[in-house]
Design a protein around this ligand. Sequence first.
Ligand SMILES: [Zn+2]
Length: 394
Amino acid sequence: MHSKPIYYEEPYRQTLQAVVTSITEKGVVLDKTICYPEGGGQAGDRGTIAGKPLLDTTKDNEHTIYHHVEDPDFSVGDTVDISLDWDHRYHYMQMHTAQHVASGLLFRHFSIATVSVHQGERILTIETDQKEVPVSVCYALEDMVNQSVREAKPVTYEVHTQQSAQALDLRRSIKVNGDGVRLVVVTDIDTVACGGLHVANTKEIDFFHYEGQEMIRGHVRLIFTIGTIAREEIRKKERIVAQLSALFSSPMEDLVETATKAVTLASSEKSALKKCNERLAFLELEKRIIHAQKKESTPVVLWEVEDDLSLKDIGKAATAFENLALCAVQQNGEQVLWLIALVGEASTLFDFAKQRQNLLSTIAGKGGGKPPLYQGVGTGEGLILLKTFKDLLI
Ligand SMILES: [Zn+2]
């Protein structure tokens, strides 16, 4: 049995008594309801039924309306009190009506059609049929919708036969079959067939704000906020700008220029620091080579590297020398980073491929590379790897 949809006759009604006609896994069915089921881009209603939380309202293809009640403790035949989460419902009625006004004005003044719409918890989106929508059009639309709020246009309903509805040549195709087509008329602005819920007058939209746009399926999707949420969003952005102004010690008007300069400076300082680190690695390596033991004419450097140098920079520095056997480790807790460089004559003194297993097994090491650099990680004591390298080499 279908619930009688009281929400069309009385969209502002917030409470109702109804009789439970069935309770299944799909939800609770009532003989009548004020709860709007999800559909047409509008969310399902929430609230309470017999004091139990109503989490959502949906309908199936046969138009049966299911109330998703958490732990219902009532039975079929019981009379229950329905109470809507009115803030939630009313916000959707405002957004839905604003969408009709915006889509109608877009179509009439800018020949932009609406492909799809979505009403989220905080934002309303309208997918247009355009690849580009200039910001000037979006601001003009914002002004026009807010003008309709000030002009307080009534929102009314007409019921038509399929034939008389089709004859009106509406901007949006009629999605229902048969007669009894429900038309929503925003006076002087828009008429479409719609089964959703709307406010009774455009003044209730309160405030309409353009938030931005994005591309979806090759179309521009426009993003808006309504009423209280629009004001919250504007104030949030104002606070962020004020915080950034204070952070950069810059008036709002110069903020983009100041921030651009700061980002450019940070980037050039980062690359200068990188050069310094590379130079430092080279000088530290050079100092160790001067004091190193030699195997034949090849200096052998065993190096436990401090945190402030990177093995990557040391490896790069090693390749600048003509003849060098280097084993470097960097301890990071249990983890050991290792680097071996076999430059020039050193490659004939130590065959990495042959000795790899003997060497790396001491730290359960992994990794590899190609001449003259080899790198990886292991676990345990880095110093053991240095000693093993020395023993295998000399
Ligand atoms: Zn509608």
